[in-house]
Design a protein around this ligand. Sequence first.
Ligand code: ADP
Length: 312
Amino acid sequence: MILTVTLNPSIDVSYPLEHLKIDTVNRVKNVRKTAGGKGLNVSRVIHMLDHDLTATGFIGGYFGKWLENQLDRDGIAHDFLPIDAETRSSIAMLHDDGKQTEILEAGPTITPEDAQKFLDHFDKLLDQADLLTISGSMPQGLPEDYYTQMIAHAGAKNVKVLLDTSGATLKSALEAPVKPLLIKPNEEELAGLLNRKVDKTDYAALKQDLQDPIFDGVDWIVVSLGSAGAFVKHQDKFYHAAIPKIQVVNPVGSGDSTLAGLAMGIHDGKSDEDIMKTAMTTGMLNTMEAETGFINPAKFDTYFAKVTIENY
Ligand code: ADP
């Protein structure tokens, strides 16, 4: 099975408002609440394409119970470590013709005892895992190298890791002796890692950027480019994955859906071309739905056939 990690899951609350009024009451009729956090978006898409997975991370309180019930309802297997603090909520207000105002709780602070307990729990889950995805930022209280420690634990059990994070946690993972199999930095993250400007429209320059020694030992680097698809390095090969023009409904979560596609393709031992096509298809299908981290599997084959891969 694929093990997906969401250390700081969240109840994602969406409030559609015609107009956001400040310093007064806003009433909302159509509230939508979903099990969120980037890793749970990844999990939902993997589940929708009938692959075995287990979702893990820290969970707590009544909100944590609600979140687990949602996963049960959807048939998504999970095995979180319970902690003595409430799981967070994230509120997105959609208002005034396409504006989005978000209020994001930081979530619980993890104690050193729970950090250690999770690593023990994680070790047991790794025994049943073929592949691991780690997504998103970390909750408060954990050391910067916590993902790096998790990657070392996975490496000791020969489980490859797909890592989708940013900033100091990503940098720490790239500096460690045991590397992730795959990273998925965007333009801004690449610029941060390389300490220089990056132009995502210049593929020749991107090809140079991805050969920086900072990435040595990382097999796959996937730079997703929104409507322009993705620029990809696999070992010493470079590709541009091009996608058709589509009707975008909600692009939030498309990067997570792309990671789900990469995980399934790699897990299934597909060719480079099919791994990238799968990832572009899951990314596109997510943008075509209103819900975040959600796809319509019936459209998969049609859009898969429309992705083209060029060697670069
Ligand atoms: P992130 O959410 O990580 O910033 P992107 O916005 O690059 O990721 O989107 C990830 C993938 O989702 C893209 O590679 C593409 O397959 C699909 N996608 C995203 N935005 C669009 C769009 N406007 N049109 C078509 N596909 C898109």
